[in-house]
Design a protein around this ligand. Sequence first.
Ligand SMILES: [Zn+2]
Length: 182
Amino acid sequence: MFLSQFQTIGNNLFTRGMVSSESGNLSIRTGDNLVITRRGCRLENISENDLIETGIYRNNRITPLASAELPVHRAIYQTTRAQAIVHAHPPHAVTLSLTERDIVPNPELISEICSVPVIGWGVKVVPGTLEDEIAAALRDHRIVLVRGHGSFAIGQLMEEAYNLTMALEESCQVSCLLKSIR
Ligand SMILES: [Zn+2]
């Protein structure tokens, strides 16, 4: 039932360079459960077997198969009203996250994002960690960056979270280009 939206978004993220092999993950909320991509899943080629349904608050027998970022997805659903999460590695946004603590996208390019907090300063960033900080930041923002790693975007629809990810990356690409000609 959810497969086609996972496939469409996963394929778009891969085609547009937002994830590489086995990176990135997607999920949706289904009541007290979530459906998340499998650990090691290739987002460009998602099949039924790559979708793992487990609890937002509790484990089941297939929980160990879920993405390594499961703790972050769970914390976000526990803390916010998100119905869908897109985690990607947008290259220009990740580049800026290494030097900026807060990214302010160009309002001429994106009107829907005011600022994007960068989380993970001063700590070693490991996938599946910083869940409390990421979830807390997503109470007031719809997209955040983990320093040197990637973005977590939320929405009522997965497509909304995908569109935010792309909008942030496009703005960051322009920022990087502007920096290079100054
Ligand atoms: Zn990642």
